[in-house]
Design a protein. Structure first.
Length: 57
């Protein structure tokens, strides 16, 4: 099975390629529900441990 250069798919980007409006950054990542649930659970655990140390020990 031989591949000829003329038969290969052209993957170069042209000037007509649509550009994204904005790059996705940290705020996009924080808007994801699984991440927010994870951070809320970790925060509750830290708060519980801090209150336990302050009030009951």
């Amino acid at each position: 099975m031989r591949h000829h250069r003329g038969e290969m798919l052209d993957t170069t980007q042209s000037d007509a390629a649509p550009q994204q409006d904005e790059p996705r950054g940290c705020l996009f990542a924080l808007s994801q529900p699984p991440l927010m649930i994870f951070l809320a659970v970790i925060g509750c655990l830290l708060l519980t441990a801090a209150l336990h140390d302050l009030l009951w020990l």
